[in-house]
Design a protein around this ligand. Structure first.
Ligand code: NAD
Length: 435
C-alpha cells in the first residue's frame, strides 16, 4: 500500500484523533486549526483535549515525522491527496445545524486547492450538505476535486480505541475512484468498510445517533415506570439485554444523555425531517424524555427536602460522561442552574473537567479538590457522572461526611443493599428507594 499525504481541518475531538490515528498507520498528516493557542500546544507535543492514550500517540508520530500542525490552510493542503473536514457543526437556536465552519473550510479549499484532491467530510452534516459543499467549491475554483462523506462514530472518552477498533467505516461516494482512495487510506485499520452513496452515508450518521438516543430515552422511561411499579430497572435492562435482538448496550438508566452529539444531532434530524414536511414524532418524544430526565435529581431532592434553600449539595462529576473533559450539554449544567435558582449552594467536583466546567457552570458554584472533599460537610450528594473515583466512594464515606445521610444517584453507581446496610437514604433511577 502507498501512504498518502493528508490534511485534516479542525483539531477537536474528531479531527485531532483522526489526524493522529492516520499518521500512526503510516500516512503523512498535517492538521490545521484556526485556534493559534491550540496549534502552539500541539506543535510542542501537548494535546489540547483529554482523551485516554492520545498524548502518547501524538508524541510518537510527531517524533516519527509523520504528524505536524499549522494554522495555515495553504500549507496543509499543499500536496494533499485527501483533505478531511472535521470542524464543528453546532446547533443553532432553531435546532438546525450551523454550517458556518463548514462553509469557511470550503472557502479555504476553493482558494488554496492547486491539484486534484478528495475532500472528505468527517463532520456530522445534514443530508445534502456534501452536495452543497461540492457545488460551493466548484463555483470558486477550476481545479478538479471529489467529495466523499466519511462520518465519524468515535465516542469521547474512548476515541483512540474506537478509531482503531470501530465496528465499521462508512464511505459515501458518488465517484468510485474517490471512494476507493478513502478505502485504501483506511485499509491498515482493518475495520470493515461499508460503501454507499453520499446522502445515505450522511443519513447513517444521524440515524445511528438518533437510534442510540432513542434507546437511552426508552430505558429511562422504563426506569420511571419501574419506580412507580416497584420493579428494578437494573434487572429489567439485564433481562431485556440478553435478547440478542435488543442487545445489552445503551440500556443503563440514568439522568439522560448529553455531550456534543446526541442533543444537537437529534434536534437537527427533527429539523431535517421538518424541511421535507415529515413530522418525526418518535424523535421529538425522545428529546422530550431526555429534557425531563436531566432534571430528575432536583425533582427527587425537592420531594425529599421540601425546600432546597440553604442546602449544600455536593455535585459529584461534571463532564457529560466519564473519561472526558467535555462539558457540552452536560446534565451538571442544568442541575447546577436549577439548584442555585432554588437557593442551594453547590460544591462541585470532577476529576478532569473542572477547568472547562468553570466556564459554563453558574458563577456561584464552589469547587472541591476531590470527591471526598466535596461531600465533607455537604447536606447531601448528587452523583452526576460515573467516574471511577466517584463510584469508589463507599457508603461509609457518605454516612460519615454528609450532614444528612441522603444520596441522589443519577447514574446508579451504588449497590442498593450496601447503601441500606450503611443506614443511608438512597435515591437512584428506576430502582427501589432505600429509606
Ligand atoms: P470541536 O468543536 O471539538 O473541534 C472543532 C475544531 O475545528 C476546533 O478546534 C476549531 O478551532 C476548529 N476550526 C473551526 N473552524 C476552522 C477552520 N476554518 N479551519 C480550521 N479549523 C477550524 O468539534 P468535534 O467535537 O471534534 O466535532 C467535529 C465534528 O465531528 C462535528 O460535526 C461533530 O458533530 C462530529 N462528531 C463529533 C464527535 C464527538 O464525539 N465529539 C463524534 C462523532 C462526530
Amino acid at each position: 500500500m502507498s501512504f498518502k499525504n493528508i490534511a485534516v481541518v479542525g483539531t477537536g475531538y474528531v479531527g485531532l484523533v483522526t489526524g493522529v490515528a492516520l499518521s500512526d498507520i503510516g500516512h503523512s498528516v498535517t492538521c490545521v486549526d484556526i485556534d493559534e493557542q491550540k496549534v502552539e500546544l500541539m506543535q510542542s507535543g501537548v494535546s489540547p483535549i483529554y482523551e485516554p492514550g492520545l498524548s502518547e500517540l501524538m508524541t510518537k508520530n510527531i517524533k516519527a515525522g509523520r504528524l505536524s500542525f499549522t494554522t495555515k490552510h495553504q500549507q496543509a493542503f499543499a500536496g494533499a491527496d485527501a483533505i478531511y473536514i472535521a470542524v464543528g457543526t453546532p446547533q443553532k437556536e432553531d435546532g438546525t445545524a450551523d454550517l458556518r465552519f463548514i462553509e469557511a473550510v470550503a472557502d479555504h479549499i476553493a482558494e488554496h486547492l492547486t491539484h486534484y484532491a478528495v475532500v472528505v467530510t468527517k463532520s456530522t452534516v445534514p443530508v445534502g450538505t456534501n452536495d452543497y459543499i461540492k457545488s460551493y467549491i466548484d463555483k470558486h475554483t477550476d481545479v478538479p476535486f471529489a467529495v466523499v462523506s466519511n462520518p465519524e462514530f468515535l465516542r469521547e472518552g474512548s476515541a483512540v480505541h474506537d478509531t482503531f477498533h470501530g465496528d465499521r467505516i462508512v464511505i459515501g461516494a458518488d465517484s468510485v475512484v474517490a471512494g476507493d482512495l478513502i478505502e485504501e487510506i483506511n485499509k491498515p485499520f482493518g475495520i470493515p468498510v461499508f460503501r454507499t452513496d453520499i446522502r445515505s452515508a450522511e443519513m447513517i450518521k444521524y440515524a445511528s445517533n438518533a437510534f442510540l438516543a432513542t434507546k437511552i430515552s426508552f430505558v429511562n422511561e422504563i426506569a420511571n415506570l419501574c419506580e412507580k411499579l416497584n420493579a428494578n430497572v437494573d434487572d429489567v435492562a439485564r433481562g431485556m439485554g440478553q435478547d440478542k435482538r435488543i442487545g445489552n448496550k445503551f440500556l443503563n438508566a440514568g439522568i439522560g444523555y448529553g455531550g456534543s452529539c446526541f442533543p444537537k444531532d437529534t434536534s437537527a434530524l427533527v429539523q431535517i425531517a421538518g424541511n421535507v414536511e415529515h413530522e418525526f414524532t418518535l424523535l421529538k418524544a425522545v428529546i422530550e424524555v431526555n429534557y425531563k430526565q436531566q432534571r430528575l435529581l432536583v425533582e427527587k431532592a425537592r420531594e425529599h427536602f421540601g425546600s432546597l434553600r440553604g442546602k449544600t449539595i455536593a455535585m459529584l462529576g461534571l463532564a457529560f460522561k466519564p473519561n472526558t473533559d467535555d462539558m457540552r450539554e452536560a446534565a451538571s449544567i442544568i442541575l447546577a442552574q436549577e439548584l442555585i435558582l432554588a437557593g442551594a449552594r453547590v460544591v462541585a467536583y470532577d476529576p478532569i473537567a473542572m477547568e472547562n466546567a468553570r466556564n459554563v457552570l453558574p458563577a456561584a458554584v464552589d469547587y472541591a479538590d476531590s470527591a471526598f472533599a466535596a461531600i465533607q460537610g455537604a447536606d447531601t450528594a448528587f452523583v452526576v457522572t460515573e467516574w471511577d473515583e466517584i463510584c469508589a466512594l463507599t457508603p461509609g464515606d457518605f454516612k460519615a461526611n454528609l450532614k444528612e445521610p441522603v444520596v441522589f444517584d443519577g447514574r446508579n453507581c451504588f449497590n442498593i443493599e450496601t447503601m441500606k446496610e450503611a443506614g443511608l437514604n438512597y435515591y437512584s433511577v428506576g430502582r427501589p428507594v432505600v429509606k
